[in-house]
Write a protein that binds this ligand. Structure first.
Ligand code: FPP
Length: 238
């Protein structure tokens, strides 16, 4: 039993791709795909919490997504707004801490207030829900480097930077690294998501479009993860 439990991922990250195609296949506007994707986000977050996954991270908006039409960006922000407002009344908010990864300064004051409020919820924290918003993996590493550099300049510390220091200075701080990275929508790339944190992640690519992703497929991905032989560059211990 202990062996099976130890093979459960502690941190699952999701690249929620395929909303636009889901809508196009139905002759609907792309924003309808995001609305449906929002429901899947909610259902999968719940499913992960039910399965006692400690940390879950969703890529909601990348630094490259600003290139999209203004209307699509506005629709995404509206959705986020709605999910945050709903969050405050939810039971699971009591033991789950929400974190936003990325630079939220360009967003509206209303959204930033909601983000700040959401980040303060959680009394008895056992789970973490990260929403990557205006996030880029390289930018995360660069901000960690700059943080360490400023500290060194301030304290006159000339020692070389260590990997552990970089890990802690990233937006994910003390959270465990990504064990399982799931990308829906058929593309096989990481798209500048949690680059440092996914160094040893198992990568699960699914052709399912994000609005169609289900708790059943999540279970298949977790089962697949449990069967992986994670050697971290070493040899099999068996
Ligand atoms: C990629 O699909 C998806 C996004 C850019 C946004 C993801 C956002 C949601 C699922 C909305 C809800 C999220 C929260 C946190 C409330 P795409 O538009 O690139 O799809 P395509 O590749 O088919 O065009």
């Amino acid at each position: 039993m202990a062996e099976i439990l130890s093979k459960k991922p502690r941190h699952i990250a999701f690249i929620m791709d395929g909303n636009g195609r889901w809508a196009q296949q139905r002759g609907l506007p792309r924003t309808a795909g995001h609305a449906e994707g929002g429901k899947t986000f909610r259902a999968i977050a719940d499913a992960c919490l039910d399965r006692d996954i400690e940390v879950i991270t969703f890529f909601a908006f990348s630094t490259e997504n600003w290139k999209r039409p203004k209307l699509e960006i506005a629709a995404l922000m509206k959705l986020l707004n709605r999910y945050l407002v709903d969050w405050f009344s939810e039971e699971r908010a009591k033991n789950t801490r929400v974190h936003f990864l990325g630079d939220t300064t360009p967003f509206s004051e209303e959204l930033r207030d909601l983000i700040a409020r959401a980040e303060q919820t959680g009394e008895n924290i056992s789970h973490h829900l990260n929403i990557a918003l205006n996030y880029g993996g390289r930018a995360d590493i660069a901000q960690a480097a700059n943080k360490l550099l400023s500290e060194r300049i301030l304290t006159g510390n000339p020692s070389p930077v260590t990997e552990d220091e970089i890990t802690l200075a990233l937006s994910t701080g003390e959270m465990p690294p990504v064990d399982l990275l799931i990308r829906t929508g058929g593309e096989m790339r990481i798209s500048n998501f949690l680059l440092w944190q996914s160094a040893y992640a198992e990568l699960y690519f699914s052709d399912t479009l994000w609005p169609d992703f289900s708790a059943e497929e999540l279970d298949r991905a977790i089962d697949w993860f449990s069967g992986r032989d994670r050697r971290y560059g070493g040899l099999n211990q068996k």
